[in-house]
Design a protein around this ligand. Structure first.
Ligand code: FMN
Length: 272
């Protein structure tokens, strides 16, 4: 059993639901064990969410690196007055590189120790991968086995005290350096031009909610600013009617993920 009413905030980011499925599982285990747990989308954080005793970060690997929105979120976090601990659950399609190490370094600047992490291989939402390597797409969602690993990780590492593990940095990892070189741009170039097909849009606003860079707005109509776009593919993956497209791959490769509606609602950013 966890320490009575210890406060945990789960900071999450997810484009197609894999990380979100992990968040749901993790929260279940924590609340069953008497933790006072709050799940907080990094797109809409509250001041209160920083007050917790312990943090859990859940996010995907993105261009071999910590996703730009997660990096921006950590950059903007207040420095913690007392040293705090965090754990991370990282979803990927197979190439995590040094993502946990980089996240640990970023967090240390905020006085937070990333003491342990779990990497799980999940459904791929990496469009070029899905197109060129069909086999990586065979595992179609975070299956029960992966989610059971999440539960066991939480059970072993959060319930009843935090277990520490040294984070690994491999300077020889090619993936790490590829990630470093493409740091702010992600795979935007490789994916080609984004287009928006107005006639297919149902004005559900999901793309606006999930766009982490503010590139998509909907004041009177949907507008897109290419300068701000970080190439995350969130709009393409989340749009229920494929109104968002890219030139390099057809809609048959877009990943609609799981629980998209629930996930968008959980950000707290959806207008009624
Ligand atoms: C733009 C983009 C870049 C990605 N880059 C990587 C990568 O470098 N390595 C990897 O293993 N997976 C990569 N992925 C796959 C995601 O990490 C994986 O599908 C993850 O489970 C998605 O989580 P989500 O459903 O929570 O968004 C990438 C996905 C996208 C959309």
């Amino acid at each position: 059993m966890g320490e009575e009413n210890q406060k945990v905030t789960v900071f999450w980011y997810s484009q197609t639901g894999n990380s979100f499925a992990c968040v749901e599982r993790a929260c279940n285990v924590l609340s069953k064990n008497n933790y006072n747990v709050t799940a907080c989308s990094i797109l809409s954080p509250t001041d209160e969410s920083y007050q917790s005793d312990l943090f859990l970060f859940v996010f995907p690997v993105y261009a071999f690196y910590v996703p730009v929105p997660v990096r921006d979120f950590i950059d903007n976090m207040p420095i913690q007055p007392v040293n705090k601990k965090a754990l991370a659950i990282i979803t990927c399609s197979g190439a995590p590189a040094n993502t946990s190490f980089v996240a640990g370094r970023l967090l240390s600047e905020k006085n937070i120790d990333l003491v342990n992490h779990l990497v799980i291989r999940s459904r791929t939402s990496y469009i070029p991968l899905a197109k060129w390597f069909a086999w990586v797409n065979q595992k179609t969602k975070p299956d029960e086995k992966s989610l059971a690993r999440v539960e066991s990780f939480i059970g072993k590492n959060m319930v009843g005290g935090v277990r520490e593990r040294t984070l690994f940095f491999n300077p020889l990892s090619l993936f790490h350096w590829i990630g470093v070189s493409g740091k702010r741009n992600g795979p935007k170039g490789a994916l080609g031009k984004r287009t928006f097909i107005k006639e297919d849009c149902t004005n559900c606003n999901f793309c606006v909610v999930m766009c982490p860079s503010g590139a998509i707005t909907n004041v009177e109509e949907i507008k897109y600013n290419d300068e701000l776009c970080i190439g995350c593919c969130g709009c393409i993956n989340i749009c229920p009617t494929n109104a968002w497209r890219i030139s390099s791959a057809g809609p048959e490769y877009y990943n609609k993920g799981i629980n998209v509606k629930k996930m968008v609602a959980a950000t707290g950013r959806l207008k009624e």
